[in-house]
Write a protein that binds this ligand. Structure first.
Ligand code: TYD
Ligand code: MG
Length: 457
C-alpha cells in the first residue's frame, strides 16, 4: 500500500502546500494551514465514478427530458426558497452561524416530511437523542416515520441509511461527521468534502433528498461549507441577528430553481414560524411623527419589503472628525449619499455625528433605498418628521438626480396594501405606473432629491 502523504491544507480556501507556513499563499489568511493526510486513491473510486458519468457522449437532441419530481414540505415558505419543493435525489446544504436555528429548521422539516407519511432519518453528530427529542416535543414532532440517529462515523451513518431506506436524510452537521477513509480530524476541509461527496452519491443513488447542515462563522467560512458550494445542488443560507427574533432563509445556489426567493421566519418558543407578511412585521414598532424615520420599499428576493430607515443627527464630541455610522446599509453608498445631501441640498453637517440604522436588523443592499436614506437624513437634520403615511424609493445619482428603479409596480402595490397614502418615487417610473391606474394611493414622481425634500419636509 502506498505510504500516505502529508500535505498542509488551508482551512479557509482549501489551497494545499507541501510545507507548513504561517500564512496561506493563496488567500493570505494567517494560521489556517493544517496538516492532513492524503491517502492514495482507493481502487473503488474509478468504478464508483463510472456509475455517474454516461459512458459515451450522447447527442443533445437524443437526451430524454426528465422532470425532476419535487416533494413539498409542510412549510410553504421553505418550498418557495427551494424553488417549489425539494427535488428528489438532491443534496441541499444549509449554512448558518451556530445557534441561529439550523437544527430547529431541519427538525421541523423532518417532522413535516414524517407527517406526510414518509420515513425520515435525522442524524446528529452534535446532540444526544434525548436532547433532540426534547426539542422535537416543543416543535410538536410526533409521527411514526421520524428516526433519529446519534452518530459521527460517515460509513456507519450511510450503512444505517441503506438499511432503513428513508425518503429523506438529514445530517447535522457536516463538520462533526468524519469518514474512516481519511485520517484527518472531523471538520477539516478534506473531511467535510469527503462527507459531502459520499452523501451526494447516496442521494443520487437512492433518489432521495439529503440535507447537510454546515456551520459558518461570522467572518465567513472557517473549514468552510464554502468549499462545498460547488459540490452540492442547493446552498441555503440561514441568517439573522442573535438578538432579533427574525431569521432569513435564502438560496445562494440552486440547480433546480431561482436563487432570488427568500423566506422570513420568526423564532418562537414553539420553533420557527413563517412570517407571511414581513412588511407589517418590520413596521409594527415604527414610531410615528418621529424626525429621521422614513419608510422605504426594498426588494428582497422577489418580494417587496417595506422597511424603516432611521437617522439620528447630534452635535459631535469629536470636532473635526464627526462620526458617520450606519447599521444595515452599505457604508460607501451611505457616505456618497451624505456627500450628495451636503453638496446638492446645501446642508452642512461638519459638526454633527450622523447615525443611520435599518430597523429590525435587516440589511439593504439595493440602491433603490437611496431616496429613503436621503429623506431620513434630511428629516433628522431639520428635526422635522416625514408624514407617517409616506413611503419613498428611488436611486440617487451624484448630481442629486433621482433615477428609476426596477419593479416599481410591485413596490407601490406593497405600500398600498399596507395602507400607505403617498409614495414618492422616481419621475421616470411614474409613466409606466400611471398606465396601470392606481386610485388607492397617491404617486408623486420626483426628478431630483431637491424636489423630494421640498415636497416631503
Ligand atoms: P438551534 O437549532 O440549535 O441552532 P443551530 O443548529 O443553528 O446551532 O437553535 C438555537 C436557538 O434557537 C437556541 O438558542 C434556542 C432557540 N430556540 C427557540 O427559541 N425556540 C425553539 O422552539 C427552539 C427549538 C429553539
Ligand atoms: Mg445545531
Amino acid at each position: 500500500m502506498a505510504k500516505p502523504k502529508a500535505v498542509f491544507v488551508c482551512q479557509s480556501c482549501g489551497a494545499q502546500t507541501p510545507k507548513w507556513m504561517g500564512r496561506c499563499p493563496a488567500c493570505g489568511e494567517w494560521n489556517t494551514l493544517v496538516e492532513e493526510l492524503v491517502e492514495a486513491p482507493f481502487a473503488g473510486a474509478a468504478s464508483e465514478n463510472a456509475a455517474f458519468a454516461p459512458a459515451e457522449p450522447i447527442a443533445y437532441k437524443d437526451i430524454k427530458e426528465t422532470r425532476n419530481p419535487r416533494v413539498r414540505v409542510g412549510m410553504e415558505e421553505f418550498n418557495k426558497v427551494l424553488g417549489g419543493g425539494v427535488v428528489m435525489g438532491s443534496l441541499v446544504l444549509i449554512g448558518g452561524e451556530p445557534g441561529i436555528g439550523k437544527s430547529t429548521l431541519l427538525l421541523q422539516v423532518s417532522r413535516d416530511f414524517a407527517g406526510q407519511g414518509a420515513t425520515v432519518l435525522y442524524v446528529s453528530g452534535e446532540e444526544s437523542l434525548e436532547q433532540i427529542k426534547l426539542r422535537g416535543d416543543r416543535l410538536g414532532a410526533a409521527g411514526d416515520g421520524l428516526f433519529l440517529l446519534a452518530e459521527t462515523g460517515l460509513e456507519r451513518i450511510l450503512a444505517q441509511a441503506e438499511r432503513l431506506r428513508p425518503q429523506a436524510l438529514v445530517v447535522d452537521s457536516v463538520q462533526t461527521v468524519h469518514s474512516d477513509k481519511l485520517s484527518s480530524a472531523p471538520g477539516t476541509i478534506s473531511q467535510v468534502r469527503e462527507v459531502a461527496n459520499q452523501v451526494f452519491r447516496y442521494a443520487k443513488r437512492n433518489g432521495v433528498p439529503a440535507f447537510l447542515i454546515g456551520h459558518i462563522t461570522k467572518e465567513g467560512s472557517l473549514a468552510g461549507p464554502k468549499s462545498l458550494e460547488h459540490m452540492v445542488d442547493v446552498v441555503l443560507l440561514f441568517e439573522g441577528e442573535r438578538d432579533h427574533s427574525h431569521r432569513v432563509l435564502r438560496a445562494l445556489k440552486n440547480r433546480f430553481g431561482p436563487v432570488s426567493e427568500l423566506a422570513i421566519f420568526e423564532m418562537t418558543s414553539v420553533g420557527l414560524q413563517p412570517i407571511p407578511d414581513p412588511s407589517a412585521f418590520f413596521l409594527k414598532e415604527r414610531p410615528l411623527n418621529e424626525p429621521g424615520s422614513v419608510v422605504t420599499v426594498t426588494i428582497k428576493g422577489s418580494r417587496p419589503l417595506l422597511i424603516e430607515i432611521q437617522s439620528l443627527v447630534s452635535s459631535t464630541l469629536f470636532a473635526g472628525n464627526p462620526r458617520r455610522m450606519s447599521v444595515g446599509l452599505d457604508h460607501f453608498r451611505t457616505a456618497m449619499l451624505l456627500a450628495v445631501v451636503e453638496k446638492k441640498l446645501g446642508y452642512s453637517f461638519a459638526g454633527e455625528d450622523i447615525y443611520l440604522n435599518v430597523a429590525g436588523g435587516v440589511t439593504i443592499e439595493e440602491p433603490a433605498a437611496d431616496l429613503g436614506i436621503v429623506l431620513s437624513v434630511v428629516s433628522g437634520l431639520k428635526n422635522r418628521p416625514a408624514p407617517p403615511g409616506l413611503a419613498a424609493f428611488g436611486e440617487v445619482g451624484l448630481s442629486g438626480e433621482v433615477r428609476s428603479v426596477g419593479q416599481a409596480a410591485a413596490r407601490v402595490r406593497e405600500a398600498a396594501a399596507l395602507g400607505f397614502e403617498t409614495v414618492v418615487l422616481p419621475q421616470g417610473n411614474l409613466a409606466g405606473l400611471e398606465k396601470e391606474g392606481r386610485p388607492d394611493i397617491r404617486l408623486v414622481g420626483v426628478p431630483s432629491v431637491q424636489k423630494a425634500v421640498d415636497l416631503v419636509l
